[in-house]
Design a protein around this ligand. Sequence first.
Ligand SMILES: Cc1cc2nc3c(=O)[nH]c(=O)nc-3n(C[C@H](O)[C@H](O)[C@H](O)COP(=O)(O)OP(=O)(O)OC[C@H]3O[C@@H](n4cnc5c(N)ncnc54)[C@H](O)[C@@H]3O)c2cc1C
Length: 335
Amino acid sequence: MDVRGWWGLGGGVVVDVVVVGGGVVGLTCAVRLQGEGARVAVVTADEPARTVSRIAAAVWYPTHTEGDPRVLDWARRTFDELSEQARRAVPGVVMRPTRMLLRGGDGSLPWWAAAVPDFRSTAPTGPAGGHLGEWRFTVPSVEMGPYLDWLLGRFTVAGGVLLRRRLARLADVAELAPVVVNATGLAAGVLAGDDAVHPARGQIVLVGNPGVHVSVRDEDNPAGMTYVHPRSEDVVLGGTFERDVWDTTPDEATGRAILDRCVALVPELSGAPVLAQLVGLRPARHGGARVAIDPVGLPGGRRLVHAYGHGGAGVTLAWGCADEVVELCRGPVAG
Ligand SMILES: Cc1cc2nc3c(=O)[nH]c(=O)nc-3n(C[C@H](O)[C@H](O)[C@H](O)COP(=O)(O)OP(=O)(O)OC[C@H]3O[C@@H](n4cnc5c(N)ncnc54)[C@H](O)[C@@H]3O)c2cc1C
């Protein structure tokens, strides 16, 4: 049987790598692989615009990630790439001044400060009283609607093929290419048989932007994690980080509480029209993201490279992880 024809890869199309997953992690890997000369197909159950990645806030900030050297390297590389994209006016990418309000701590800098050129620690400023100090820094901030469109456009213009299929098993694409990248986010728990993968539910409220442009975070607010991320037309208000909760329906009371906390943090938001309430399940993983060659692989000696479990930092780590995925895909493969 001509499996390529069955998959819509007819017409003499041959690929070097199949990336399973069309969220920010999969598309970024696909684009990076193309940059190294690989012919790439992306197989995705959902359109990129209907992924968790589309819901992301999505600012560069390595929250809930391990502070190990590999993660710092991924975060730094992504910071540099997104900063360059902001300079080139890539759709949806801007550099955003940020205040992180501190409620405690010993005054030491966060492990990721080394990746942020203008990071500084200051006395409290602004209206949000009761805080012991602030971190101030400028980081990339991404509007995922236009950005995913841009990534997808870049991928297809370079000859990439996007196929819509929900795989029952990763082995179902083993015959299409010598290397398969598993970038299926939360679904990797089942597809890779990985018990460490779990959802971290995030609820956000979108309001019209009354003219604010600084991101403000109060992560340790005892009433709940609080953040305000302005975008071109709206402001993302958050949020929640609820491990092992699978419910994707926005909760009214939670939404109201988010709004109240954010208005207390940034009073200019008072009266801003509520545009939407959204919930996304972050693909969290105990032990951090899995970016590694699978020790067993796929039938026919095909290589399987995992890239999933980025939790609340998929946008923050995407380009650095993609660099590592490219390295893991290199080299001869059986078949
Ligand atoms: C409210 C909220 C706020 C966030 N804020 C931030 C932020 O500020 N900064 C940040 O860095 N991150 C943020 N995140 C986290 C970020 O959204 C995720 O880390 C990131 O989107 C994960 O990307 P992914 O490509 O791994 O997964 P996903 O976007 O979930 O994509 C998974 C892909 O796999 C495909 N797939 C799944 N199963 C199958 C199958 N069986 N067959 C074929 N394809 C399949 C899906 O269709 C999809 O294309 C936030 C998340 C939420 C919910």
